[in-house]
Design a protein around this ligand. Structure first.
Ligand SMILES: [Zn+2]
Ligand SMILES: [Zn+2]
Length: 249
């Protein structure tokens, strides 16, 4: 029997709630705001009629006694009313994580680079060396104006490796308007760079990776396209439909 009593006592001890409360910053301020007017002028109550309150020196409307009892402002009480109160909480109030979005600078986007690349590609499919050169120059400028501030350090490093190489090929395509074969040599390597860029940083466009098995004496070459339809930029009108879709990016 004694054991049972001890057990009950023990259980009761375990169940009983820990009354120590943490004072939480902020509780007081909200009360002050609600009572800003009364806070300034301390209220006093009638010693006999606590419900009758007024300023110091005023008389009770019921008995005429002077209001002498300072009215204690209601302390922010430990609220159990909602029933969800948990006393086992070890949790301190977690600081709210405010997500700051970068609004000051335009976020990095591969869109401009890809658009210019596709212009080169489409010019080459039409055997348009001048158009390819023009687009190559534009792509070179686009690379120089890209804002990389929103990239992480490692993204930025990889991006710059790709961009440095791609810029050079864009420049050569731009400078060789009369030599479409030479432009295509650079386009083959540029296409790999653009593929790497999309792999690294993505694109919000639907793009396809196509493959020409014949280019460069059968070594083959890839290109990126915005269209499912095969239009070969390496041979143009000679073999426009040579090649196959390798994957959707
Ligand atoms: Zn409690
Ligand atoms: Zn060159």
């Amino acid at each position: 029997m004694k054991k049972v009593v001890i057990l009950i006592a023990l259980v009761t001890t375990l169940i009983s709630c820990n009354k120590t409360t943490k004072s939480e910053g902020g509780e007081n301020t909200s009360t002050e705001n609600n009572m800003s007017d009364t806070q300034k002028d301390q209220l006093f109550a009638c010693p006999m009629h606590p419900e009758v309150t007024g300023k110091k020196g005023e008389k009770c409307s019921k008995c005429g006694m002077e209001l002498t009892e300072p009215v204690v402002q209601k302390e922010p009480s430990h609220d159990h009313s909602d029933g969800t109160h948990d006393h086992n909480d070890n949790s301190t109030v977690e600081p709210k994580v405010v997500e700051t979005t970068q609004t000051s600078s335009t976020p990095f986007s591969t869109n401009g680079i890809i658009d210019d690349y596709l212009k080169i590609k489409n010019a080459l499919t039409k055997d348009d060396a001048n158009g390819a050169a023009k687009a190559g120059k534009t792509l070179y400028k686009t690379f120089n104006s890209i804002n990389t501030t929103s990239l992480t350090a490692s993204q930025k490093k990889e991006y710059l490796d790709i961009a440095d190489d791609a810029k050079e090929h864009a420049e050569h395509i731009g400078d060789n308007a009369g030599k479409i074969d030479h432009q295509r040599e650079h386009f083959a390597i540029l296409s790999k760079d653009i593929n790497d860029l999309i792999k690294l940083l993505g694109s919000n466009k639907k793009l396809y990776q196509d493959h020409c098995p014949m280019y460069d004496d059968g070594k083959g070459a890839i290109w990126i396209s915005e269209s499912k339809e095969i239009k070969n930029p390496y041979y143009g009108s000679k073999m426009l439909t040579c090649g196959s879709l390798k994957k959707t990016l």
